[in-house]
Design a protein around this ligand. Structure first.
Ligand code: NI
Length: 416
């Protein structure tokens, strides 16, 4: 596939003008002048478009699209009390259609890869298979009920499951307040034995911090580090309540953090010290969290909010600039998830998006990073390419969108 004459090619480190991108299979082969790159099966004319790496949503609960707009204006604990009883009623079918809706929303807003934590993950995998997006999938586990049986099932699965070209399987202890120490240790052993990443919520709220101090006499990151769960294979979502010592641990262990500014603001959970973490060389990526606490999966909105939140909380308009936000939503996400993408470079996976620059909110352009982070939103994405395949062009996908909307209405009627 040839993406011809792109007006601009943007990565977090460079801007290229009037160049073309040659894709072979699912890999970016070459970037340069169009001349000599013509013999391809598929040509996309990208003049008038900005081409950038697809965005990576490093923490979400995809099927929670079903809960979009259900119970706003509650603190996390009260909100979870409303959500949990409905979640108990979820079946495979609900999770499949909720995930299909989430995949559709992400493809239409320029996200090419997501890191999920939920239930009925075979259904999420089916939706990833069907829609063509890339996903890292995690079955959330807690010590509620018969966890030993669930852990056994999970172990069997981890042993036998193969990562496909677009699906990566990850281990997902939900959080320290839902998992016993014994369970956390068992998951760590499983991750070590099978070289798996661990995706966990860490220090999302002040309550979590205080409960941890009371129960274990130490802070959440210290507690997790003492039981060996903090490593360069760990993806820690939120990290709002950290002190310097905890940040040093995260940095030393090579833990990747996922910042979820919209969800943190909406649930009034806290403000993650993103600037400080970046100064300490911690890999900070970006996520939307579930659509229930956001209430969408638009990573452009997330980049902008991340920047604004640091500026106002630090009372410093220089804090967290646009380029850094783009880096968090692309390269840093790829690093956190261990996938070979997040940048437009030869040898990388062909996960990229085209932005239509002929849009009122994008004119004029003085600085492309500023345009992407502060002006752009998901609807400006015209074309989405994942793994070398076009999933959306001229804002049209090949999915039966009407059917997805109908099924979502059915799910809503059944669940609520
Ligand atoms: Ni979450």
């Amino acid at each position: 596939m040839l993406i011809k004459n792109a007006s601009l090619i943007i990565t977090p480190s460079e801007v290229k003008k009037n160049q073309s991108i040659l894709i072979e299979g699912n890999i970016i082969k070459k970037i340069g002048p169009s001349k000599g790159m013509d013999k391809t099966d598929e040509v996309i004319d990208a003049s008038g478009f900005l081409v950038m790496p697809g965005l990576i949503n490093a923490h979400t609960h995809l099927a929670m699209t079903l809960f979009r707009g259900y119970e706003d204006n509650l603190p996390l604990q009260k909100w979870l009390e409303k959500i949990f009883p409905v979640e108990d009623r979820l079946t495979e079918k609900h999770v499949y259609w909720g995930s299909m809706l989430g995949c559709l929303e992400m493809i239409k807003s320029g996200t090419t890869c997501f890191n999920d934590m939920y239930y009925f993950m075979d259904e999420v995998a089916k939706s990833v298979g069907k829609t063509g997006i890339r996903g890292c999938l995690t079955r959330a586990i807690s010590s509620k009920g018969n966890w030993k049986k669930r852990l056994k099932t999970m172990t069997e699965k981890i042993k036998n499951i193969k990562n496909s070209s677009r699906i990566e399987w990850i281990l997902g202890p939900h959080a320290i307040y839902t998992c016993s120490e014994e369970l956390l240790v068992r998951i760590k052993e499983l991750a070590d034995n099978y070289n798996k990443k661990i995706h966990i919520h860490v220090s999302e709220t002040e309550k979590e911090l205080k409960d941890c101090l009371r129960e274990h006499g130490k802070r959440p990151v210290e507690y997790l580090d003492d039981i060996g769960l903090m490593s360069n294979r760990t993806i820690a979502a939120h990290c709002c309540w950290l002190n310097d010592k905890e940040m040093d641990i995260l940095s030393k262990r090579g833990v990747s953090v996922v910042h979820n500014p919209v969800s943190n603001m909406k649930l009034a959970a806290g403000i993650a010290p993103v600037v400080k973490m970046l100064e300490k060389s911690i890999n900070v990526s970006l996520g939307t969290d579930g659509a229930a606490s956001n209430n969408n999966l638009d990573m452009f909105e997330e980049m902008k909010t991340a920047s604004l939140l640091q500026k106002i909380s630090m009372k410093n308009s220089l804090a967290l600039d646009a380029k850094t936000c783009l880096k968090m939503a692309t390269i840093n996400g790829a690093k956190a998830l261990g996938i070979n993408s997040g940048v437009i470079e030869s040898g990388k996976k062909a996960d990229l998006i085209l932005i239509n620059l002929k849009s009122p909110n994008l004119k004029p352009m003085h600085n492309p990073y500023s345009t992407i982070v502060y002006s752009c939103h998901g609807e400006n994405v015209d074309t989405t390419i994942v793994d070398g395949k076009v999933l959306m062009k001229n804002r049209k996908t090949s999915l039966d969108e009407e059917k997805i909307y109908e099924k979502i209405e059915d799910c809503k009627a059944e669940l609520f």
